[in-house]
Write a protein that binds this ligand. Structure first.
Ligand code: CA
Length: 245
């Protein structure tokens, strides 16, 4: 049976703050927790990235200038691993073009020093927008198509070239993740977290096995995949149309 995600409405939203000024991070955490959010803090880029990949967050509040891995790099990685919204915390208005532009693609930003009430309002707005997009996608996304592959999430069925293909739940979930995010490089940790719903212990080898079996089922030539493309150092990218050469 299809395991549908529970309605997100009543679920407590989880926010990750990546900010190296501890007093600021804690003040923001306090304000957001008062609003009913669940909030984690990471004080440098590397720990922030670990927390992000190891947990499932609804929103990231990200400082631009960070030790170990800077905010710009984190933002890029978050963008390429899925659709978690990012609000940047920045000291200078002059960074804004870069932050909201293609280079980073953050959803919003606030300039330091900021008013807590304003920050909370931005957080609420970005989360509302993200939820709206999610629902719109779910409504139209019951049948996903890519070339001759059709995934029907209502029937919990995959057809390739009109023929029903049986697959274990993990492969089905992976394929659905891929088909909902065509053209995006999806990180290994992201895939594991989403498909296994956090119930895994860093067994990234398992992921490769599932990908191999999935390729055998959906690719014309599994040794030369056209749909599930390996992205070295990141994970995998799904191409909906057969990659043109
Ligand atoms: Ca900083």
């Amino acid at each position: 049976m299809m395991v549908e995600a529970p309605a997100r409405g009543q679920v407590v939203k989880r926010i990750l703050i990546i900010e190296d000024e501890r007093p600021l991070a804690e003040a923001v955490q306090y304000s957001l927790e008062k609003e009913g959010y669940e909030v984690d803090i990471a004080l440098d880029g590397e720990r922030g990235w670990e927390k992000f990949t190891g947990g499932s967050y609804d929103l990231i509040l990200l400082d631009l200038m960070l030790p170990s891995i800077d905010g710009m790099e984190i933002c890029r990685r978050v963008r390429s691993s899925g659709s978690t919204p990012v609000i940047m915390l920045t000291a200078k208005d002059s960074d804004v073009d870069k932050i909201l532009g293609l280079e980073m693609g953050a959803d919003d930003y606030v300039t330091k020093p900021f008013n807590m009430r304003e920050l909370v309002a931005r957080v609420r707005a970005v989360l509302r927008r993200a939820a709206g997009e999610g629902e719109a996608q779910a409504a139209k996304g019951k049948q996903l198509r890519a070339g001759d592959i059709v995934l029907d999430s209502e029937r919990h069925e995959v057809k390739v070239g009109g023929r029903v293909v049986e697959m274990p739940l993990m492969e089905y979930r992976l394929l659905e993740l891929f088909m909902r995010n065509p053209g995006k490089a999806l990180g290994r940790e992201y895939l594991l977290n989403k498909a296994w719903e956090g119930d895994f212990y860093g067994q990234t080898k398992t992921l490769d096995v599932h990908i191999r079996r999935l390729r055998e089922k959906i690719e014309e030539d599994p040794a030369n995949p056209r749909h599930i493309i390996t992205v070295r150092g990141v994970g995998y990218r799904f191409e909906a149309a057969e990659a043109e050469t």
